[in-house]
Design a binder for this molecule. Sequence first.
Ligand code: FAD
Length: 500
Amino acid sequence: MTDTTDVLIVGAGPTGLTLACDLARRGVPFRLVDAADGGFPGSRAKGVQPRTLEVFDDLGLIDDIVDHSTTYPLLGLHVGPLTLPWRMMGRHKVTEDVPHPETRLIPQYDTDACLRRRLEQLGGKVEYGTRLTSLVDKGDEVVATVTGQDGERTIRARFVVGADGGASAVRVQADIPFVGETDESDKMIVADVLVDGLARNRWHIWPRNGGRFLALCPLPGEKFQLMLRLKPGETPDRDPAAIRRLVHDASGRAGLRVREVFWSSVFRPNVRLVERYRAGNAFLAGDAAHVHTPAGAQGLNTGVQDAYNLGWKLAQVLAGAPDALLDSYEAERRPVAARVLGLSSDLYQKLGDRPLAAATRGDEERQLKLNYRDSPLTHQGVANAPVQAGDRAPNAKYRDTSGHTGTLFDRFRGPHFTLLAVGDAAVTATTALPWPTTGAELHVVKIPTGAAPSLTKIYGLTGPTQILVRPDGYIAHIVTADYTAALARSAQTLASPSIG
Ligand SMILES: Cc1cc2nc3c(=O)[nH]c(=O)nc-3n(C[C@H](O)[C@H](O)[C@H](O)COP(=O)(O)OP(=O)(O)OC[C@H]3O[C@@H](n4cnc5c(N)ncnc54)[C@H](O)[C@@H]3O)c2cc1C
């Protein structure tokens, strides 16, 4: 049996599900297959960063995520008989430009469930029990063989995206080297447990526990996520009785007891990055492209943002945009992953000898300052402005020429590009806009002079300006003159050549 589609997504973890949601809302035909029988049961990635929350806001699942998450509690550092409170991340208030300022605590099984629910609302679904076993790139399409309960099938697609995790079959089939190392002597047990006799208002850490590191983090609901880093060379024992004993010994408290173990796994620090994000018609995203330690809560977030970067580019190229647009995926995302690898390895290293430094988070982890200033897609900017071409387009309030008031994030939400024309001269120049009739639409927000003082301040504008915002919320260009020429040039790289 052969099926045909535009995009085959292999793997329905957070990366594949995000890509599927994005393609579904764009009306791009896709198939999403996963080898497992259903969603992954363990808590794994529990930190969703502010930039990822903005992605979820755009994709329409932020309320579900907020309903299933909490903010992070203070750490409780257990040192001898003392428990020292420690704030891991600074408190961030909601501001006009950053509506989701705090990292949310949510187990990965719930993040995945929120994404699956959103995908169903958008008319998509996951084909579980369907494993990719081989892949042939024919140049104008890929031919994938998948096996499931009903035997072997062939799926032909224009593009394939490997979102199939650290052991990616797509990566192997596409013959892309995964460069780095795995430390076999360093092991950490991760488990979801019920614990009696432990307060739920702290993320409990026993940093120096006879060569082991133990952490128990209260998840929304009743469970704790347990992380136990073993001594070098120690053999992990995941038997519930062994876990119970280790936790009891570490805490030194008679009343503290692990009552139930729901899920457990052994994690080895694996720090690797692919040499290439693309081979012909195959792309890699998420853990298939980069893996690192859990320190810093970056893995899921980086995967979601890979997918968010790739989705609109696939849709645009399928609608006629130049294929080079897809090369910008690696140019933009690989440097981000390389930085994340360094950051998380550094934090993990400090776990044993500098626990307070390891338990401190700054701006970098929040991923709001992540930018594509050096991308081939980024054109022109205004020197010395706080927001440059290539940066995330911040939220701001505005009033448009018809008197409508609102926020930019409300106008960005959806699969389109947005042109902000701020100031009378920039608004006047929107009368004859060159934009293709195929692919993502261009929405124009016309803001007269003086109608958005806070927006002007946040973006650092000093006169009439046009700002082109990509569908993933990054700025393609900022110009204060020659508006039409700038838009025509951006359209050539970002959209199809058929200017309407
Ligand atoms: C202990 C631990 C704690 C972590 N903590 C954090 C954290 O706090 N914050 C954070 O951001 N990240 C964290 N991470 C990392 C995070 O879990 C991963 O980065 C994330 O799951 C990657 O998502 P993904 O969708 O790319 O891959 P995965 O979630 O691994 O999904 C891949 C999917 O592909 C499927 N698949 C595999 N092979 C095939 C095939 N041949 N055919 C079809 N389907 C296939 C699998 O069944 C799976 O569903 C943690 C990881 C661990 C282990």
